[in-house]
Design a protein around this ligand. Sequence first.
Ligand SMILES: [Zn+2]
Length: 110
Amino acid sequence: MKSGKKIAKERINILFREAEKIFNENPALSKRYVFIARKIAMKSNIKLSSEQKRKVCKKCRAFLFPGKNCIVRTNSKTKSVEYLCKDCGNKNRYGYSKEKSSLRRRSLKE
Ligand SMILES: [Zn+2]
């Protein structure tokens, strides 16, 4: 069971890496890769790292590539980082703090 999770995690890491690599050529394919990565995560009952979560638009599930289809802005008022998805216009907001519970609370609200 433990090793299965490890393999799943590795596959997810690879998929995210490939999504980043292929993005310039084929953004649709990178979206597909992160879709598969999320499916693996769900199936294996593992969580994506916060870094990986930030790379996926919460609304349209597109792979977010800062400077390409995504604008990253920091908001000092709300102490958060905003990832504006150019594909659907959704603002994905994440707190500065790496504390996981606050991230979860935030995503539940939306
Ligand atoms: Zn989006």
